[in-house]
Write a protein that binds this ligand. Structure first.
Ligand code: ARG
Ligand code: ASP
Length: 717
């Protein structure tokens, strides 16, 4: 390629990119679809450097962290970097009023101080293969959704039986493009993952809910773990004799800093997006369903927040639960606002008109695609009441722990029914550990207030044909909700964790019998059973038909718009997003810079505040500008970064890489309204938020006084 065409081509590619907007790409397709554009935008490495089946590549340093976040290996001794909010559960589990690592932070000074976390694991991707033809063999357009699912299931089983797997290896087969393609992921999982370091929450969660999903941001959202293996280097369950992992690959860390406009890349495990939702469904989600869920969480959060403020122990116990509930609650508000502000529903309607137009030019395709959009409109519209019910019931089951417990046990008891008491007994030890986790820090008093706030919503806002009557017997509760809820909470075993755990440990059979007769258990079971028969079954029939149509629609989009590079929705598999480090101009006209500094932390500082307090030592380091080698050229300490990479939940902890493929930051969030990128990516305002690696290094080295951890890494200036 001569130098004269290069600039034109670059322009062309960049305009294409602006048009497409966003994207979460499969690593093995980068070479064909994206490499040219990525290099034109400033990437200096190749697609093969990112993902290679034969050679070590960047992908060998990326892990799915606990199945819910991303992490990356940053040393040749298995050191893993992820977010503070991803390690939060582990940090919380090791915290007590005396040793409060949530509050004070934690730094292991050597291997003997690194803390094991039962149940926590990390998964590497060994290889990715296109298995579409094997998985769809024998599938026809004429099949019902059920027949189709059966054929795919059988093909998947056959495919898995065909390959040899090592210990702790697995093959996951996942649908892409709504089931038009299938890819198989060979994985390797490590179950001994130990906590190595975390800043205090006043740094790792600085700004808490007020700043969550916001920019400018000043959160040091990181924590450190280490993968351990058997002495021979193979994956192993926790064992004292295990040793730090010798990874195939670890990321280099760049302390050189970034300029606005620099190429950026995020490599991780985005969870779920719905980029191809029809306009009607997008409108329902953002105008009706989100508001229902938000309303329910307004109520439960009011209860939990006031309990946490009033009691230090509850504050530790409920920290993680509160963060989980509040995080989605705020996200839904931003998503609905973003969709409205950029007119995403209208854009989506336009796309449907474009589809109809292309289709009109292809008479032979009429039969397959002609009725699609009107039919999707009709099905989504008819299903709306069921969707609302699902939202209400879902929020009851999610927010009220008593409900959660009853549901878990109900599902476990089904094992006893279907496979016999022995099968249940065999699993009872695992169940015990699991329940222990839920009861650890459970407050029946707080939970009861949550139920008191939420149950009346369900009864009063939902049409009666969809709800369970005051279960048991409505006439018993002349005293209304208070009497009902007293009855549920005060007379149930399920609110008494120690009794439940003792019973289960002593005699699983008697346990099943006693709990089955428990009033709260019966109430929740009846509510959910009624919901299943009145809502879920019918809902699923709709879902089958909608999924089938969505698949055909996607197939049509791929066929009719070959010039648009369409990326598959996120589905928890390894993806690459890329863009630039850049600020943005908000919908209200304000412009925002791409970087924040420690000075900004001090500006937000409110002594003693539960969200904006700052540790004494950080104030001192700031006053003395004692930043070690980690400050910018002008002597400032960078804190967070903004970029135009398409990300979603699950991308937390993902490495932010520069054009050389070196680690320059850690992804952890998005700006508020840009959370609409889950259904519609708008390149002008959608931004992801990262913590600058230099802030992380400074916090480990100067603040945490754990320089040995930085020394393990490969720093490049
Ligand atoms: N919004 C980010 C994400 O979805 C960070 C959440 C953690 N922080 C919190 N306050 N809940 O995961
Ligand atoms: N904070 C999210 C996560 O935990 C990332 C996002 O939704 O932008 O994965």
């Amino acid at each position: 390629m001569t130098n004269r065409i290069l600039p034109t081509l670059t322009l062309l590619l960049i305009s294409l990119f602006a048009h497409a907007g966003g994207g979460m790409w499969l690593p093995l397709l980068l070479e064909n679809l994206n490499e040219e554009e990525m290099q034109a935008m400033g990437m200096e490495i190749t697609a093969e450097d990112i993902y290679s089946i034969n050679e070590g590549s960047l992908k060998d340093a990326i892990v799915h962290f606990g199945g819910f976040c991303t992490g990356e290996v940053v040393s040749d001794q298995g050191l893993v970097l992820t977010n503070h909010h991803c390690g939060f559960g582990a940090i919380q589990d090791h915290s007590t009023l005396e040793n409060n690592y949530l509050q004070d932070g934690f730094w292991a000074m050597d291997g003997s101080e690194e803390l094991p976390n039962p149940g926590l694991f990390v998964t590497f991707i060994v290889s990715i293969d296109d298995v579409t033809s094997q998985i769809l063999a024998g599938v026809t357009d004429q099949m019902s959704e059920k027949e189709r699912a059966r054929t795919i299931q059988a093909n998947t089983t056959a495919l898995k039986l065909g390959g040899e797997l090592g210990a702790f290896e697995e093959v996951l087969v996942k649908p892409f493009y709504e089931g038009n393609r299938y890819y198989a992921f060979r994985t390797k999982t490590y179950n001994d993952v130990r906590l190595v370091g975390a800043p205090p929450s006043s740094i790792g969660k600085f700004g808490a809910d007020t700043d969550n999903w916001e920019w400018p941001r000043h959160t040091g959202d990181f924590s450190l773990f280490r993968i351990y293996t058997a002495p021979d280097g193979s994956p192993a369950d926790y064992d004292e004799a295990n040793v730090p992992m010798r990874p195939k690959r670890h990321l280099e860390v760049s302390t050189a800093g970034i300029d606005p406009g620099d190429f950026s890349m995020i490599f991780g495990f985005p969870g779920t997006t719905e980029q191809y939702l029809p306009a009607v469904a997008m409108e329902q989600r953002t105008e009706i369903i989100n508001p229902i869920r938000i309303g329910m969480r307004d109520l439960s959060l009011a209860v939990i927040d006031s309990a946490m403020r009033a009691d230090e122990q509850i504050r530790i116990d409920y920290a993680s639960k509160q963060a989980r509930i509040a995080n989605a609650w705020k996200k839904w508000r931003g998503e609905s606002q973003g969709v409205e502000a950029v007119g995403a529903v209208a854009h989506r309607r336009q796309m449907e008109r474009d589809f109809a137009e292309r289709l009109a030019a292809k008479p032979s395709a009429q039969e397959k695609y002609g009725a699609l959009i009107p039919e999707l409109n009709r099905l989504y519209t008819d299903r709306l009441e069921l969707e609302k019910t699902r939202a209400y019931v879902g929020e009851l089951n999610y927010n009220i722990d008593l409900f959660r417990l009853a549901n878990i046990l109900d599902a476990q008891f089904a094992i006893a029914d279907n496979n016999g008491m022995d099968a249940f007994r065999q699993r009872s030890e695992r169940l015990l550990t699991y329940l222990q986790g839920i009861y650890d820090g459970y407050s029946p008093a707080v939970d009861k207030k949550v139920a008191r706030a939420l149950l009346p919503e369900y009864y009063e806002k939902l049409p009666s044909q969809y709800q369970a009557a005051y279960a048991l017997d409505q006439r018993e509760f002349a005293g209304g909700y208070d009497e009902l809820i007293d009855d549920l909470f005060d007379r149930s075993y399920l609110t008494r964790g120690d009794r439940v755990l003792d019973m289960l440990a002593a005699d699983p059979e008697a346990f099943v019998e006693t709990i089955r007769a428990d009033r709260a258990f019966q109430f929740v079971r009846q509510l959910n059973r009624l919901n299943e028969s009145r809502v879920v079954d019918v809902y699923n029939e709709y879902a089958d038909r909608i999924n089938g149509l969505q698949r055909t629609y996607m197939d049509g989009l791929l066929r009719f718009f070959p010039e648009r590079r369409l990326y598959p929705d996120a589905n928890g598999t390894l993806r690459v997003s890329y863009g630039k480090f850049e600020g943005f101009t908000g919908l209200e006209g304000n412009t925002y810079d791409y970087m924040t500094y420690l000075d900004g932390v001090m500006e937000k500082y409110v002594p003693g505040d539960y969200e904006f307090d700052v540790p004494e030592r950080l104030i001192e380091l700031h006053e003395e500008r004692d930043y070690g080698p980690y400050a910018t050229e002008v002597g400032k300490m960078p804190v967070c970064l903004l970029g135009s990479n398409h990300t979603t939940g699950g991308n937390s902890g993902s490495p932010a890489l520069n054009g050389k493929g070196q680690l320059v930051g850690l992804n952890f969030d998005r700006t508020w309204q840009s959370t609409m990128s889950d259904v519609y990516y708008d390149p002008t305002i959608c931004r992801n938020i990262m913590v600058d690696i230099r802030y992380i290094l400074f916090l480990i080295d100067k603040f945490g006084q754990a320089p040995h951890l930085v020394e393990e890494m490969t720093l490049i200036n």
